[in-house]
Design a protein around this ligand. Structure first.
Ligand SMILES: [Zn+2]
Ligand SMILES: [Zn+2]
Length: 426
């Protein structure tokens, strides 16, 4: 059977049973809805669904591969011309998706192939290392450590930024597992809804630490003496000082690794040695309230800046900035199914998020893997992708698989592999 038709029928059955229990987003009648069907690849936009009943019927009838709604509110959400939609404001959206940042395990489970010169390899790249083409076919996989990293990032945003610096209350936060490799966080309050694209960019930069000027934060060099950050400051200077204090108390090999790592500081071995030799004195300076003259042998302003920028990179959150800035962005509807995995977009409270484990969730109410359960139901599939990485779901490992391999797997794994497009039914 045609795989897309099969998956569409499965989604349809699921929605027929569950659509009435889908979470209801606020202001349904003012949101734009959109879907990507199973039959083609382009998004069908500008749908208005006036109330919950219409929405429920729409999702049952269409059972789309992907289903989205707008962060924005419009007077005429179904108007096809963006200018004439009657924009009323937009929720503040933060998207954390492992697709957009580096995790070491990608070297094990993500693949790419250059469409221009056919070179292929593992890991995360933005252009072909051989011909520099950006036309890449990629296969990105789900993985527990990537998803843990995404969760760490979202908790960091909430506890290190949104609550202390922006005074956002957790009742205004809507958190959801995206159904694939990340999380969405939506802030719904009048103040945030009124922000312009520029305001949003400023906040996004604040969250990532991008464009922070250490000069403006107050680092100065006078006659060879470095005047560092002051402990009394709030916001970023205080985050940096706290981070450095924690850092200096870490075991030496960890400090060395961070200083050598080009993704963070990228010092050479001699500078690392100089830093380690002075680290206890530096710690003492930092923890004294009355003193901000920083000293490490051979460290001028440029080296301090390099070190501090590494700290900033570690403190800042990995968010997908365009999603936050773009006021016409669409996000996945909570409770809908993700067509690349068959997993549910799962809404979570802040408390639920802390222990949430999407690939092995014990709380049935929060379990995004909705096609599990039919224990004895297995499917025979043929693998059609050159390299299919190992998948660990519910504590069980499946794969890795080779092209042409015939496998027999439980229903929920079959749905996942078919959604991923790496297998077909036989
Ligand atoms: Zn190439
Ligand atoms: Zn991973």
């Amino acid at each position: 059977m045609n795989e897309n038709l099969y998956l569409k029928r499965l989604f349809h059955t699921y929605y027929k049973e569950k659509a009435s229990t889908l979470p209801q987003v606020s202001f349904i009648d003012k949101r734009e809805f959109a879907s990507i069907p199973w039959e083609h690849f382009y998004m069908e936009r500008h749908t208005g669904l006036n109330d919950k009943n219409i929405l429920t019927q729409y999702i049952i009838d269409r059972s789309p591969k992907h289903f989205y709604y707008s962060g924005s509110l419009y007077l005429q959400p179904d108007n096809k011309n963006m200018e004439n939609k009657g924009y009323q404001g937009c929720d503040f959206i933060i998207d954390i998706d492992v697709d957009h940042f580096f995790t070491p395990c990608k070297n094990r489970h993500d693949y790419w192939r250059c469409k221009n010169c056919d070179t292929s390899g593992k890991g995360m790249i933005t252009k072909c290392p051989k011909c520099k083409s950006k036309k890449l076919k990629t296969l990105s996989w789900i993985c527990e450590s990537c998803l843990n990293k995404a969760k760490e990032e979202i908790l960091k945003i909430i506890y290190d930024f949104l609550i202390p610096d922006f005074n956002i209350s957790d009742k205004d936060m809507n958190i959801a597992f995206s159904g694939h490799r990340g999380y969405h966080l939506k802030i719904e309050n009048e103040k945030m809804r009124g922000l312009s694209g520029e305001d949003r960019r400023e906040i996004a930069n604040y969250l990532t630490g991008e464009n922070i000027s250490l000069d403006i934060l107050g680092i100065q060099e006078k006659e060879g003496v470095i005047y560092g950050l002051s402990k009394e400051s709030i916001g970023w200077p205080s985050k940096i000082i706290t981070k450095i204090e924690e850092f200096l108390l870490k075991p030496i090999p960890e400090i060395e690794a961070f200083l050598l790592d080009k993704n963070y500081v990228g010092f050479g071995p001699n500078l690392v040695k100089a830093f380690i030799n002075s680290k206890d004195d530096f710690y003492e300076i930092l923890t004294r309230q009355d003193h901000n003259i920083w000293f490490i042998n051979d460290f001028g302003k440029a080296r301090w800046f390099k070190f501090l920028n590494g700290m900033i990179a570690d403190i800042g959150a990995e968010i997908d900035i365009p999603v936050t800035v773009d006021i016409h962005r669409l996000i996945r509807y909570p409770g809908s199914l993700h067509g690349k995995t068959g997993f549910k977009v799962q809404e979570l409270t802040l408390n639920e998020l802390k222990n949430f484990n999407p690939l092995d969730e014990k709380n049935e109410k929060l379990d995004p893997i909705v096609f599990e359960g039919k224990k004895d139901l297995t499917h025979k599939l043929k693998i059609i992708e050159n390299t299919t990485p190992m998948t660990k779901i519910k504590g069980e490992q499946y794969g890795p698989y080779k092209n042409g391999e015939i496998i027999e797997v439980p229903h929920h794994i079959a749905v996942f592999l078919l959604c991923k497009g790496v297998a077909k039914t036989i």
